[in-house]
Design a protein around this ligand. Structure first.
Ligand code: UD1
Length: 428
């Protein structure tokens, strides 16, 4: 298994370009199942989750061709309507094929995603919504089995604004008979990007990006080309890295208006940020001030930036508090940060961080995608070497992160296979 070795303490400087958004690319790829004709998707990040989604589409019978950051998919016929356990257990977002399979092909068998490191993460709202659209759903041997004739439009009010749930229902509703209204819908830019793609294919959707989405069902969708929006979480991760190392960086190819909550918090912490049309320049003082953060659905502060922000707070001046409101156990990075000297107390969904002058490098273990990013950031600001193992979590969602951070002057490298232990504790 690969490890990442970081020698910290160096302020980041220079420019870094963000890739396409993983969380937009995944539903867009899943939605290709909804219609015939070729779909050419560009700005697709080269990350393991995208490879997993491409494998799933291929398994279902789609033709998938990948060239760099472009993926061309056509789905004329299917050989299977089943998303197997082996794929779903490696990527929960596989559940995104449920709505499209059911709507176009009348049936779907999808392994029920289990809990994951950050919480129980049920899909009950996806299922209740599909049932409202007329699907018959049963659970057998760990698989959701769904059947339907043509789905019927309905009014669906979500208990909580689930992102992939909204996407599943929006996709299914595109081919339903009549009008579907999704209330309390997720407002994330990735939901709006999926809607933009579906509209190019002939889907009739209004309101995506707001909390009420209206979909008029159509008979069929055709092929279309689409460029995926930039990854706001990747961009935010680099900004946090620049900020906590006292850096001076420019994040290129991002959309600042997707990132207001993060930009605001970094400013409150004392960094200077200048927003361009598709870039953000950040200059940070030697040491930031602590800030309080509460995670929330978009446009609130993203839970996917919580671990990175916690790493930043660990070395800021004063006390900070994080309140995690989206996932119930998303503090698993805390014990690893403590190994680097961080002073963090957790009580329920609150974490109180007392900033210290310097963390010290240590061998640490990644537990999920964003926790890994938090540990990388901690390593960049720490004194000495940090060795991060289980970096496959990181590879699920960040494209060439060590190369991109290296381009900003970070001393970071990947150690292929082996233990990499020799590197730990040694100063480069
Ligand atoms: C998506 C993102 C993930 C991000 C999360 C929250 C993708 C591929 N993943 O995940 O990176 O961290 O949004 O911004 O886009 N819930 C239910 N029942 C359901 C569905 C969700 O109770 O049927 C709850 C969840 O447990 C959680 C909350 O709703 O507490 C939000 O989760 P949700 O928006 O569904 O997250 P994902 O779509 O899985």
């Amino acid at each position: 298994m690969d490890r990442i070795v970081i020698t910290g303490g160096k302020p980041l400087r220079g420019e870094v370009r963000v890739s396409g958004a993983k969380n937009a690319a995944l539903p867009i790829l899943a939605s290709t199942i909804l219609g015939g004709g070729e779909c050419v998707i560009t700005n697709v990040p080269r990350v393991v989750d995208v490879v997993t989604m491409s494998k799933l589409l291929d398994l279902l019978g789609a033709s998938v061709r990948t060239e760099g950051s472009q993926v061309a998919v056509s789905v004329e016929r299917l050989r299977s309507t089943e998303a197997p356990y082996e794929l779903v257990k490696t990527m929960r977002a596989s559940v995104l094929v449920l709505g499209p399979l059911l709507a176009r092909w009348g049936e779907a068998t999808v392994s029920l995603p289990g809990g994951c490191a950050i919480g129980t993460r049920p899909v009950n709202l996806h299922l209740a919504g599909l049932a409202r659209l007329g699907a018959e759903l049963t659970l057998e041997h760990g698989y959701i089995r769904a059947k339907a004739g043509r789905l019927r439009g309905a009014r669906i009010c979500l208990d909580t604004p689930t992102v992939t749930g909204t996407e599943n229902l929006m996709m299914a509703a595109c081919l339903a008979d009549g009008t579907t209204v999704i209330e309390n819908a997720a407002k994330e830019p990735e939901v709006a990007d999926l809607a933009a793609f579906l509209a190019k294919r002939g889907g009739r959707i209004a309101g995506a990006g707001s909390d009420v989405i209206t979909v008029e069902g159509v008979q069929a969708l055709h092929g279309a080309d689409h460029e995926v929006i930039p990854d706001r979480i990747e961009a935010g991760t680099y900004l946090a890295a620049g900020a906590m190392t006292g850096g001076d960086i420019c994040v290129e190819g991002c959309l600042p208006w997707h990132m207001e909550a993060v930009v605001m918090k970094l400013r409150e912490a004392g960094a200077e940020l200048v927003e361009g049309k598709e870039s953000i320049r950040l200059k940070a003082p030697r040491r930031l001030r602590g800030v309080d953060v509460k995670t929330f659905a978009y446009p609130g502060f993203p839970t996917d930036m919580q671990a990175q922000m916690m790493a930043l707070m660990c070395v800021a001046q004063g006390t900070s508090m994080i309140t995690e409101t989206v996932f119930e156990s998303r503090f698993i990075h805390v014990p690893e940060l403590r190994r680097m000297g961080a002073d963090i107390k957790v009580e329920g969904n609150h974490a109180v961080v007392n900033g210290i002058e310097k963390m010290t490098g240590a061998p640490v273990m990644a537990s999920d995608l964003r926790a890994s990013a938090g540990l990388i950031l901690a390593g960049l600001a720490a004194e000495g070497d940090t060795v991060i193992s289980r970096v496959y979590h990181l590879d699920r969602g960040y494209e060439r992160i060590e190369e991109k951070l290296g381009g900003l002057g970070a001393m970071i490298r990947r150690v292929k296979g082996g233990t990499g232990v020799a590197a730990a504790g040694r100063r480069a």
